[in-house]
Design a protein around this ligand. Structure first.
Ligand code: SAM
Length: 308
């Protein structure tokens, strides 16, 4: 069995508990709507694009029979992508216990359960993964989609996140993810008039409390994404710091591209181009609006390889 009882470390961390709780509550409170309802969303195309982009990353780096750890698995929105990648074994962890429950349910209702999967509710930035996953389990891949930036609240959390990513990843194994691009965000903010604390458009907004200083850790902003995220506290990830820290944990950067760049490259490849249509990013009735297209480029995709 893979399961050990998770420790409850929350009581020792009162000051930080608030943001964890806010983030977990936020994601727990989002309903898991079905495919048909999702089509009615104002950002249906953007959601489809983000899913397509994750499929590209998974398609590029996953190998048949891989053992995968998904940190910040959420409601299990990537399970089908992992199934298409023909992986063998999957563990998903997330701080939002309701989301984990929904991910488990989604897995249960997948036809012919294509791989073995286990799900755990845990704070992956404060607790070691070994508290829920047996140490003899070795992963070929770790995935962190749209969630790593929450760990940049403090260096301690970012280190625990990297410990969890690397401690059971095999040498040569790959770590993939997507995060907001702090460089782009701050550049955009600075291009606005001096008194502005916010950037965005009809789809998203990023609001800072100050603009005179951006610390390496704990640079908080409030993120709103129409029909998805209602003003959630997030943290800038200073990429050079992330890369340097990752190196300490034996990870070598092999890929780092803005979402627009990923699109430009991958859409030239026949399989990924066809997937744009199959995943409804593009159809006869249209594609992303200009505002959605700008919101898409808030993010970047990365991959690291664990050194031998
Ligand atoms: N990876 C999923 C996806 O791409 O659909 C979910 C992404 S959602 C935007 C961010 C996820 O990060 C949420 O499910 C949230 O609960 C999770 N998260 C935030 N802080 C976390 C922590 N400390 N430990 C584990 N998961 C966390």
């Amino acid at each position: 069995t893979t399961t050990k009882r998770p420790r409850n470390s929350e009581d020792q961390q009162q000051p930080q508990k608030k943001v964890h709780a806010q983030v977990a509550d936020h994601y727990n409170s989002r309903p898991d709507v079905g495919v048909e309802k999702r089509k009615e969303s104002t950002i249906f195309r953007l959601k489809s694009f983000n899913n397509w982009l994750k499929s590209v990353l998974i398609g590029r780096y996953a190998r048949p029979r891989d053992r995968v750890l998904d940190v910040g698995v959420g409601k299990g929105g990537d399970l089908l992508k992992w199934s298409k990648a023909k992986i063998q074994y999957f563990i998903g962890c997330d701080i939002a216990s309701k989301s984990v429950e929904q991910a488990r349910e989604r897995y249960r209702t997948m036809r012919n359960a294509p791989f073995e999967a286990h799900f755990h509710a845990m704070d992956c930035y404060s607790e070691p993964i070994s508290s829920v996953v047996a140490p003899e389990i070795v992963f070929d891949m770790v995935s962190m989609q749209f969630c790593l930036h929450y760990s940049f609240e403090t260096e301690t959390k970012a280190r625990m996140m990297l410990h969890n990513v690397t401690s059971q990843l095999k040498p040569g194994g790959v770590f993939i993810g997507t995060i907001p691009d702090a460089y782009w965000i701050v550049k955009k903010l600075k291009s606005e008039s001096d008194d502005k604390l916010q950037i965005g458009n009809s789809i998203y907004s990023i609001r800072f409390e100050r603009r005179d200083r951006f610390d390496t850790f704990g640079s908080k902003y409030w993120f709103h994404l129409e029909d998805a995220i209602d003003d959630c506290p997030e943290y800038l990830v200073h990429f050079p710091t992330f890369q340097k820290l990752a190196e300490e944990y034996g990870l070598e950067l092999i890929y780092n591209k803005k979402f627009h760049q990923v699109y430009e490259e991958a859409s030239q490849e026949l399989d990924f181009n066809q997937l744009l249509y199959r995943m409804n990013v593009v159809s006869e009735s249209g594609s992303l609006s200009a505002d959605e297209w700008e919101a898409a480029n808030v993010y970047l995709a990365f991959a690291f390889r664990k050194k031998n």
